[in-house]
Design a protein around this ligand. Structure first.
Ligand code: DAH
Length: 427
């Protein structure tokens, strides 16, 4: 991607873009064909919303840590990781779609902004704690709307049992379960998952042990959800089968809240290969990874994911450490809508994410939503034309049409430059 002048004028402490390298707090990453990190996305690294005790993201993180009070918390691992940590260590195959450039922010072929907190599982194992949590900011290239933002937060949970033989392992897990408080009456757990061929026990594992580990995992997650949604009159939690390269069997958990099923986390029994690589070949364990934004949005009634990043006192001063309270919206400012249409170049793939990245790079958080409103291929020339509708709206002030026109002009120029498209006239 070309360097544009308005990139370099952005306030971005500690980040320097050079022709051949990107420098973050003194660490230099040589650019290559994979490089696609942008100044906009790197400006988020320093925010660490999960560590702010008045930000809903930080409040939820603390609530979860409070529930898992005997887990060691790691909250400050750097979001800049190797592709080995983000993918290979987790047994993610070389050709897996989650590795693509259109989904991730690469510094170069071997360095990436972590796409999940799972990237630190081996570090957790190396720490020697047999129960730990890892929270942090994670980065994924995505489309733009009210619930997607290229940076969000996750918390990872990990527990393992390390004993000399099967009987001791079973006894330890059972003792833990016997000690745990029962699941309250107000929650209905829907779980018809069974362990079978399609979501199997690993061949190196003992069925009885895995069933008990899975029961421990399920109890731990169900009670965490009760803790987060304390006092909710009728809460439903649904367990469904899933697939992750780093667990088997694997599950996803959904919560029914205010009329909607929310997908909240992925989890499972950790692949033994991963345990072994972490130096725990005698142990068996479970792990989960959960996004914090979606939970915070429903619990605090926050309508737009950009609000978490607001530095407006009217947002920040509404929240108290350790407390869930409903967000009181400050007035919604009117949107300003602009369309952009263009002919694609004759060759090359087109990805919405790349387009959104360019728009966000120029316009920042003032973009609320980007969607394709027309996709047309000319019958004679076979050229493809796209029209995107960009909705601009600020969370905390009125925007003027003149100001947005100026931004839209920059967006047009950037789109033309980045993608070699032919702009069509303005409508
Ligand atoms: N890392 C996964 C994601 O971001 C979530 C996840 C699934 C984490 C299963 C885990 C796990 O620890 O066991 O989609």
């Amino acid at each position: 991607m070309h360097q544009r002048s308005w990139y370099t004028t952005k306030q971005n402490a500690g980040v320097v873009f050079k022709d051949n390298a990107v420098i973050v707090h003194g660490d230099e990453y040589t650019k290559d064909a994979w490089t696609n990190v942008t100044p906009t996305v790197l400006s988020k690294i320093s925010r660490q919303l999960h560590l702010q005790d008045r930000n809903p993201i930080g409040i939820i993180r603390q609530l979860i840590e409070g529930h898992f009070h005997d887990f060691k918390g790691f909250n400050s691992f750097s979001p800049i990781v190797t592709t080995r940590q983000n993918f290979d260590d987790l047994l993610i195959p070389q050709d897996h779609p989650s590795r693509t450039k259109s989904d991730n922010y690469y510094f170069n072929e071997s360095t990436v902004l972590r796409a999940h907190t799972s990237a630190h599982q081996l570090q957790g194992l190396a720490s020697g704690y047999n129960k730990f949590l890892i929270s942090g900011d994670v980065y994924r290239r995505d489309e733009i709307d009210s619930s997607h933002y290229p940076v969000f937060h996750q918390i990872e949970g990990f527990a393992y049992f390390e004993h000399e033989n099967k009987q001791d392992t079973l006894a330890a897990i059972q003792a833990d379960l016997d000690n745990a408080s029962p699941i309250p009456e107000n929650i209905q757990v829907i779980d018809d998952t069974v362990i079978h061929q399609g979501n199997p026990i690993q061949s190196c594992h003992d069925q009885q042990v895995v069933e008990l580990v899975a029961a421990h995992l399920k109890h731990s997650i169900n009670s965490m959800i009760c803790h987060i949604f304390a006092g909710e009159p009728d809460l439903k939690v649904r367990w469904i089968e899933a697939y992750f390269p780093f667990t088997s069997p694997s599950y996803e958990v959904e919560i029914f809240y205010q009329g909607e099923w929310l997908e909240v986390l992925g989890c499972g029994v950790v692949q033994q290969t991963l345990m072994n690589r972490g130096g725990r070949d005698k142990a068996i364990g479970w792990a989960f990874g959960m996004g914090l934004e979606r939970l915070a949005m429903v619990l605090f009634g926050i309508p737009d994911i950009r609000l978490f990043w607001s530095e407006d006192a009217r947002f920040l001063e509404q929240f108290q450490p350790g407390q869930i309270s409903k967000f009181k919206p400050f007035s919604k400012y009117p949107p300003c809508i602009k369309d952009i249409s263009f002919w694609l170049p004759a060759t090359g793939d087109w990805h919405d994410n790349n387009f959104c990245e360019t728009v966000r790079g120029v316009a920042g958080d003032i973009v609320e939503n980007v969607k394709v409103i027309d996709d047309f291929t000319h019958p004679k020339t076979n050229r493809r034309s796209l029209c995107y509708r960009i909705m601009y709206r600020s969370m905390d002030r009125n925007v003027t049409n003149d100001e947005i026109n100026e931004i839209q002009e920059k967006v047009r120029a950037a789109v033309e430059q980045d993608f070699d498209v032919e702009l069509r006239e303005k409508k």
